[in-house]
Ligand binder design. Sequence first.
Ligand code: HEM
Ligand code: 2DC
Length: 426
Amino acid sequence: MAKREKLGFYESVNIINPEDAATLFKSEGTYPERFTVPAWVAYRDFRNKPYGVLLKNGEAWRSDRLVLNKEALSLEATDCFVPLLNEVGEDFVNRVQVQIEKSGRGRWTADLTNELFRFALESVCNVLYGVRLGLLQDIIDPEAQKFIDAVTLMFHTTSPMLYIPPKLLRRINSKTWRDHVQAWDAIFMHADKCIQNIYRELRLNRKTTKEYTGILSSLLVQDKLHIDDIKASVTEMMAGGVDTTSMTLQWAMFELARSPVVQDQLRAEILAARQVAQGDVLKMLKSIRLLKAAIKETLRLHPVAVTLQRCTAQEIILQDYLIPSKTLVQVGIYALGRDPKFFPKPELFDPQRWLKTDSTYFRGLSFGFGPRQCLGRRIAELEMQLFLIHMLENFKIETKRGVDIGTKFDLILIPDKPIHLTLRAL
Ligand code: HEM
Ligand code: 2DC
């Protein structure tokens, strides 16, 4: 059951059983480490860039992460994200409405990949910087589009370097390495520009406004992290905020298009929640359990990360095997999500399965687990909830029947062909 395998030249123990995952995560300790993506470290070492939380370990990771948790995961902070993400969701709807009017047919059919990239970058930047980039307008800043393309290229060029050492590719000056460097250069350059703008503004306007102005301002004002560490982690969050939520939303709309009954249930839940909350969005988010389950269900079938990994901090026993300390263990969350032993009728898109508390133990792991879990989790969840609320209130989502979309590994998991969705005005 637990299987030894090689990931390139990395040996690892592979598991999918939720009980084993529980054992692994319960023993991970204070400084959990995952598999370090070699290409990402190689770039930073090559350019002499500091690591953010994504790549740090030990005490350096923990002290940064504790400060960042307060800004990105605490309830205090996340309540402030809601109005920022809500307005971006509303603007996406407006953009779709314009496209529908242009078509003159009451509907719009398209591959929404780039539209969703723009939405996701607009969203994460509003939370990070408290600034609208205007990416939901017809004409956008070419720098922003470059950033989006750079993140995709960065992921794409990372995967070959899981198997071939980046040092080697660098020595032979291969295209993969060059593209990878170019991609990260573009990412850092643009993020730096955004960060500098806020930094400058903050120095000019010394008056401390009471209004919430985003994660970066908060970090700068607090002065608990060194500016280089702030920059490194904010850059990671900006890059991490593009392909992850956008691809998940695309899959979510695809699944809802194929399950019109579920789609109607969600719409009914949202309408009821809106009425009860009387326009208070924060309140509304507390009564949309099925929508939250639908997002979990989407990530079960379409996780962003194919596996979770931990380097064991101590000896553990999995399925009668003794796993030594410092062993890389991978939880195959893609395989887990599709295994009938753990999810009956796994091919069925059924959000309700998450509302039965007895069958969810260590199964919802899409954002990882514990102190090392996804730092962007709350941003991602709120962004996706608010997006789907507004979309379902305004459009019927449809897709051509019988089109099978598979999954491709491009470091993150993505659709293996374009998904065409139709948005019909309600
Ligand atoms: C880490 C998934 C969106 C930033 C992770 C991990 C997973 C994950 C599985 C590894 C966790 C672990 O090892 O336990 C996802 C999914 C997303 C998403 C499914 C959306 C659907 C985001 C967003 C951001 C972000 C929007 C930025 C705002 C990060 C960072 C880490 C991380 C910085 C590394 C944290 C650390 O090592 O301390 N994510 N993510 N992610 N994610 Fe996300
Ligand atoms: C890729 O074998 C496959 O959230 C490898 O937002 C193991 C592995 C290790 C780390 C994982 C990675 C996989 C997939 C992408 C993840 C990453 C940790 C964080 C990252 C899951 C499964 C991601 C997408 C972050 C990326 C932030 C970055 C752009 C600065």
